[in-house]
Every structure is written in structure tokens, then in C-alpha cells.
Design a protein around this ligand. Sequence first.
Ligand code: HEM
Length: 416
Amino acid sequence: MTQLDERDGLESTEQAVAAASRGAAPYRANPYPVYACLRESAPVCRLSPPHGVETYLITRYDDAKAALTDPRISKDMYEAIDQYHTIFGDSSIALDDNMLFSDPPKHTRLRRIINSAFTPRRIESLRPRIQKISDELLDGCSTREPVDLLEKFAFPLPLIVICELLGIPEDERSDVQKWCAVVARTGFSKQDKERLAVAEGALRDYFAELIARKRKTPSDDLVGALIRTQDEQGAMNDGELLSTLWVLSFAGHKTTAYLIGNAVLNLLTHRDQLRQVLTDPDLLANAIEEIIRYEGSVENATFRHALEDITIRGTTIPKGALVQIAVASANRDPEKFECPDNFDVRRPGVQSAHLGFGSGPHYCLGAPLARMEMQLALTTLFTRFPAIDLAIPAQEAEWLKVPFPAFRGLEKLPVA
Ligand code: HEM
């Protein structure tokens, strides 16, 4: 029996490439056999995605890590505007004038400014608030009926935290969440693009108005701090500021919310691992890194494109083609991680090895905040509800079905 025969009905490399082209559908519950097949037989492969733009997928750890830092692979959307317009529609990229979608020197300038406001002290000062929000949200879960932990806890927690950090008032948060949800779930059809344009227009208007309001009445929050930096140093224009608020609010809650869901599911289905963490709380930090490796909430890094012809393992990615880096696949590469399909909360060295927060210049700005939120969320949840269990069989857990799997997360997580 070949290895392919053992892989969940995957019969050929072509089938794996076709599945990856459609976001690993129909393998959403377990996309890892698709990635294992590609790592082995087509580690740099040309996809045929529904959006029709020439796209290559990188699945091996070494190649992924190198690609994340390769200056020939650009993140500047304005350099490849036609391709991105084809995928997302003409109106969408105005929100992307930020560090996530730029190259040095612009990236370096923007990241430096945000770093000056997103300080470790500002992050650390959130700790008591995150604890209090976790407690309050879990008060609402104290019922004998099953609850959807994503709806009641995993989503509201990081949303409230990032909104408080930025200074988005309570009664305006559900709109921001609603528009972000449209962006996160967008597909490539005409209707999807229309819906996307409406949501992004609403987000642009909202953040423009928020900046105007906080310029009039200065505030101590992150928006206030960024406005002051902008006024004092003139180092960031209005479009960049607006787009930065957007990326912080978007990246700052979806990723963490899905990761809380993935963490709880995996700990509840690996009871021996959960027991180890509960008996030795010092293990939690490493367990969180292992969760990010094993079932992180980012499946593919954001789009990049080739600035010149680039040959990797014999395959040439032509200039202008899009590059997709499957960090979820890299994190299961047996060349890098021993027994990669085992979930092991004691795995040595995982924090510095996994690519779940990216790598290189675009390494996640919010990683310290995400780690703190995860620690407090999981500790509070398992301390308050030691008998927590899934309310459905684990194999019935519904994974996000999106045409482009940027995120890996659950639709719902019913627990009792
Ligand atoms: C970048 C993952 C939480 C803000 C990234 C990247 C990844 C990532 C993989 C690199 C993207 C790429 O290179 O294409 C995650 C995960 C999180 C998380 C798994 C939670 C568990 C957060 C939070 C914030 C945040 C809480 C903000 C408060 C950002 C920003 C960037 C980024 C601004 C772009 C950095 C740059 O381009 O220099 N994140 N993130 N992230 N993340 Fe996160």
C-alpha cells in the first residue's frame, strides 16, 4: 500500500492539487492529508483557484520559512493591483494601505510607528481587564444546557479586548464585528465582491469618523496614541492610519477567537494532554504554542506575489504570480517536527519553530497579546468548568467552509 492510499481517500497528487485549489474542500475537517501529499509529491504546485489568477502554493517548512522572508516575494498589493482587483473587486484594497500589505521601507516605517504605541506596557496593562472580561463572559455560560463556546466566549473575548485597546465604544462593536465577518468569509463570486465592497465601505467610513471624533476629543487609547504620533511626527498619512486601525481590529480578534476554539476542541479530545496541563500549569505556555503548531488559526499566510521569476525545488513561480504559503502544512512537516501529527504539549522548542505567527518582517505584531489572551482564557475556562466536555461527537465539529482558507477555525463549538 502506498502512503497515498492511506490518506483519507486521496488517490493522486492531481486530486490533492485540485482540493487545495478549492481551499482543501472537501477535506475541511482534516486538510492535513492533502498537505502531506503535496509536501511529498508537489511541494511547490500551481493551483487552479476559482478566482482564476495564477497562484502557487508552498507546503514544506523550509520553503515556507524562506518564502516568508524572501524580498523577491512581495506583500505590496499596489505592486500587483490587477491580480488583487480580479480576486477581491476594484474597491477593496483601499483598506490595505498598512504594514500587513507593504514591503520595506514603507513596512519598516509603519511597523515602527505602531510599535511605539503598541508597547509591552500597554499590552501588560490589559491583563486585569482580560481576566475580568473572561470571568464575566463565563458567568453567562453557567447553565446546564449546552452552549456554543465560540459565540459566548471565544469571539466576544478578543473582540472586546481589541476594541477596548483601540477605544471603539461598546455600542459600535457589533457593527465592526459584522463587517469584519463579511470580509473574513468572502468568496470570489460577483455577489461576494459586491457584499465585500459594501462591508469595506462601511469600515472605511466608520474608521474615518472614529479618527475625526478622537482628533476632536483626544483619548488615551491606541487610536488616540496613533493620532498623536501622526500629528507629532507626520510619519503616517490619513489613509495609512485608517487602514492600520482596520488591520488591528480585524487581525486582533478573528485569529485569537478561532484559536481559542481550536485549543478547547483539541484539549478536550486529547484528555491525557489536558490532564498534564491541569496538573502542571507551567506547561500551559508551551501547550499554547503546540496548539498553534498543531491546529493554529491561520492556515495560509496572506497573499504575496513574485517580483521576478523564482525557482524553488525545480518549479518556477513566474513574475507576477500569487504565492500562497500554507503555514498549517509547514507546521506538520515531518522534516521539521518529529511525529508532527501527534499533539504533544511537552514538545520541545515548539515556540521558536512553528510558523503559526508567521516569520520574518511580518511576524505577528499581536503575538504577545494573543498569548496573554490565550493563557487567561484557557486557565479561567478550565478552572471554572473542570467538568467541561463537548456536547457533540468531535468528528461532528463543523469547520469553517470558505473558498480561501486563510483561517482555520470552527463554525460552532457546543460544550456542556
Ligand atoms: C501578522 C497570526 C493575533 C496583529 C500575522 C501573521 C500571522 C498572524 C500568521 C503573518 C501574516 C503574513 O505574513 O502573511 C496570528 C494569530 C493570532 C494573531 C495565529 C492569534 C492567535 C493577532 C492580534 C493582533 C494581530 C491579537 C493585534 C492586536 C497582526 C498584525 C500583523 C499580523 C498587525 C501584520 C504584521 C506585519 O505585517 O508586520 N499574524 N495573529 N495578530 N498580526 Fe497576527
